[in-house]
Ligand binder design. Structure first.
Ligand code: 2HG
Ligand code: ZN
Length: 461
């Protein structure tokens, strides 16, 4: 049956690149979650919008599920193909299509890497400000599918803020041209925004028009050591009051231990439980003095134990590496990941509640905390002890995630801040979205993809 379907696809689209080798199925069938065994039917690598539409029409006729696929750096299983799906990889559609100097927009294909977008923007003297550690390998289509956040959200917001237009192929195979770069458009539902963060369940992004902006003024990077958890948000308030923050990220001593073991350079001596990497605009002496004054105030108030101000670009990069290298340094420990958020104002009380919860539930397991605390977004990575089987470890983490979800519910937070729901978090969607919301989401999905061929099983059970 599926062989026939595949043969039909080959006949209908003789130019379409189709891969079926075991190595390719394995490579394209998984993302960074590594929890599921890849088992796609085949990999299709279209080179044009029309090919994408034809593949979707074929999938409808043969009732074959499609997993849209970008850089597969996702951490929620959104791009996993483990049930005989056709992986539709946008890797070949990776070009810059145009730049508009008046509108300050860059139009790109979805398979382009985030870093390539940064470079293209720079050649025009502008920036695309969404940024995070996977920049070299993630794709813009994937960023849009998850409404990716990252390290500059505090200053620039999420991906959602930077999408001026989208071309999308729906589950019917129709091509939609959404918003067309308009700044003002009050003509009904904004379907573009509906697509952003829909994790490939409503449509396949085939082109995106991105807003660019001016580069920020010169900045400085500082690493701070903090004596306790309460100091975190107090230092944030202090720095935000006096400085124009580009980033405010935190990690714990356990995170530091792993990133140092992975080759990063220690920048502050001694033992400290919490660290912050912050970047702020410092174009002139006045701003630099303000930074030093804020730092000193923090030290005098007992909120800051030590600090380093980067003296060169290389040192700034080394400080950033302490934060950005964490995910990679934890990967060998098969981490179970929570990516959660609450309002900034709710962070202190929430941190206290989950500190108690995690200490109680994981007494003998290493738990690594880090993330975008200035946005209320916390990454919790629970490391698998070698003695525990994968299945027992995941079962234990899922039990704790239910408790965590209850805590999030009480604090009005979200079970996924920026990685998406995918397969990993779909059992907890209802903890932070109401039954009415989920029913409406299912209804929307039905309209865009009536045969349920676009990324089924992701987002909803
Ligand atoms: C980050 O902030 C990424 O570095 C990855 O969102 C977080 O590995 C993680 O849990
Ligand atoms: Zn993050």
């Amino acid at each position: 049956m599926t062989d026939q379907a595949l043969a039909d696809l080959g006949r209908r689209l003789p130019e379409l690149r189709l891969l079926t080798d075991a190595g390719d199925l394995e490579h394209y069938g998984r993302d960074w979650t590594r929890r599921w065994t890849p088992a796609p039917l085949a990999i299709a690598l279209p080179a044009s919008v029309e090919e994408v539409q034809d593949v979707v029409r074929w999938a409808n006729e043969h009732k074959v599920a499609i997993v849209p696929s970008g850089g597969r750096t996702g951490l929620s299983g959104g791009a996993v193909a483990a049930r005989g799906e056709l992986v539709l990889s946008l890797a070949r559609m990776n070009r810059v299509l145009g730049f508009d100097a008046v509108d300050r927009t860059l139009t790109v294909q979805p398979g382009i890497a985030l870093e390539a977008v940064h470079e293209a923007a720079r050649t025009h003297g502008l920036i695309y400000p969404v940024d995070f550690a996977a920049r070299g390998s993630c794709s813009l289509g994937g960023n849009i599918a998850t409404n990716a956040g990252g390290i500059r959200v505090i200053r620039y917001g999420n991906t959602r803020e930077w999408i001026a237009g989208l071309k999308v192929v729906t589950g019917h195979g129709e091509l939609l041209d959404l918003n067309r770069g308009l700044i003002k458009n009050s003509s009904g539902y904004d379907l573009r925004q509906l697509m952003i963060g829909s994790e490939g369940t409503l449509g396949i992004v085939v082109e995106a028009t991105l807003r660019l902006t001016e580069p920020p003024p010169a900045s400085q990077v500082m690493l701070l050591a903090l004596p306790n958890m309460d100091a975190l948000m107090q230092v944030f308030a202090l720095f935000r009051e006096h400085l124009s923050l580009q980033a405010f990220e935190f990690f714990t001593d356990i995170a530091l231990k792993h990133v140092l073991a992975h080759g990063a350079q220690r920048a502050i001596d001694g033992e400290h439980p919490y660290y912050v990497v912050t970047e702020f605009e410092a174009p002139d002496e006045r701003a630099q003095d303000a930074a030093m004054a804020a730092f000193e105030k923090g030290v005098e108030g007992g909120l800051i134990s030590d600090g380093v101000l980067a003296q060169s670009d290389a040192q700034a990069a080394a400080l950033w590496r302490l934060r950005e290298g964490i995910t990679e340094s934890l990967a060998p420990h098969k981490p179970y990941k929570n990516d959660i958020s609450v309002r900034i104002g709710a962070v202190p009380a929430f941190l206290h509640d989950i500190q108690t919860l995690l200490a109680r539930e994981y007494p003998h397991i290493e738990v690594v905390w880090f993330g975008h605390i200035g946005d209320g977004n916390l990454h919790i990575n629970v490391l698998k002890p070698e003695a525990l089987s994968d299945a027992d470890f995941i079962a234990q983490c899922e039990h704790v995630t239910k408790l965590l979800a209850d805590t999030l519910h009480r604090h009005g937070g979200s079970i996924s801040a920026e990685h998406g729901i995918g397969l990993v978090k779909r059992a907890y969607l209802e903890s932070t979205r109401s039954a009415s919301e989920i029913a409406l989401m299912r209804g929307v999905r039905q309209v865009f993809d009536p045969n349920g061929i676009l990324n089924p099983g992701k987002l909803f059970i």
